[in-house]
Design a protein around this ligand. Structure first.
Ligand SMILES: C[S@@+](CC[C@H](N)C(=O)[O-])C[C@H]1O[C@@H](n2cnc3c(N)ncnc32)[C@H](O)[C@@H]1O
Length: 256
């Protein structure tokens, strides 16, 4: 899904995309079906939904923003996958007002849990959308990455505030309502009845290195992508990642 015209964009998505693509492949093999039913809650304008549809899967995007759904429709048409992408206005709390529970092989919840009023209920809802053998791809803002970023920018009071705040916020002006540790996220996933199959740290370095070092040095983006991929798997780096990705599986899916 990396865009050769926007190499820096791939730094935001590469780790998650590789994990997700692998999870989709494993579901295809386990179910014997080439076309999976995928739900993207808070899928926005289709950063993941459109590439997933390009793999041949059917994707339903639930998002409260009409503008995002409009952009999604246009993007899906441009990518030639309009017949496989359905946008529905709704949100994680009222998910089953707009989609059927238990109807999806894979559910994505990327960059959404930060904004829902009750993250535990949000995770329970996305898990309830899964079939008996299904996979959840959960991506949310990491606490440690925000603390580190504030401190390195010289905002030491805000860094301490984020560290000590139960929601990981650095102050009134913080646009993100909730941040999470890896333990909090895996706890939410397990409490909702899934097994944690993998945890990855996302954007461990990418948001901290000065852009000029990435943009001017030949081969720097590629080398940074490889470094991010290597660090993503190492638990010690999870505590400083900008985002955390958790792959959860229903017990049936894990046994296949
Ligand atoms: C940071 S964007 C992420 C978009 C997409 N998932 C991605 O990874 O590129 C957050 C999205 O969550 C949506 N959103 C906000 N509150 C939500 C809620 N309560 N339930 C579902 N989606 C929500 C927003 O409209 C927005 O499209």
């Amino acid at each position: 899904m990396s865009d050769p015209m926007r190499p820096r964009a791939s730094l935001r998505t590469a780790v998650v995309w590789e994990v997700l693509k692998d999870a989709l492949d494993r579901r295809v093999k386990a179910t014997g079906r080439d076309v999976l039913d995928v739900l993207d809650t808070g899928g926005g304008s289709g950063n993941f939904a459109v590439p997933v549809a390009r793999l041949g899967h059917r994707v339903t995007v639930v998002d409260p923003s009409p503008n995002a759904l409009f952009a999604l429709e246009r993007r899906a048409a441009e990518a030639g996958v309009a017949d496989r992408v359905r946008g529905v206005q709704g949100d994680a709390h009222g998910l089953f007002d707009v989609v059927e529970p238990g109807g999806y092989d894979v559910v994505l919840c990327h960059g959404v849990l930060e904004y829902v009023d009750d993250p535990a209920e949000g995770v329970r809802n996305v898990v309830a959308a899964l079939r008996a053998d299904g996979v959840l791809s959960l991506l949310a803002a990491g606490l440690g990455g925000a603390v580190l970023a504030r401190a390195l920018a010289g905002h030491f009071k805000e860094a301490r505030q984020a560290l000590q705040d139960p929601d990981g916020r650095w102050g009134e002006g913080d646009p993100v309502p909730h941040r999470f540790t890896a333990e909090q996220l895996t706890g939410l996933v397990e409490d909702a009845g899934l097994e944690v199959a993998a945890v990855h740290g996302v954007r461990v370095f990418a948001d901290l290195v000065p852009g000029v070092l990435v943009d001017t040095e030949p081969g720097a983006v590629d080398a940074l992508l490889k470094l991010e991929a290597a660090a993503a798997e190492v638990p010690a780096f999870h505590s400083v990642a900008t985002q955390l990705h958790v792959l959860g599986e229903t017990r049936d899916a894990g046994e296949v």
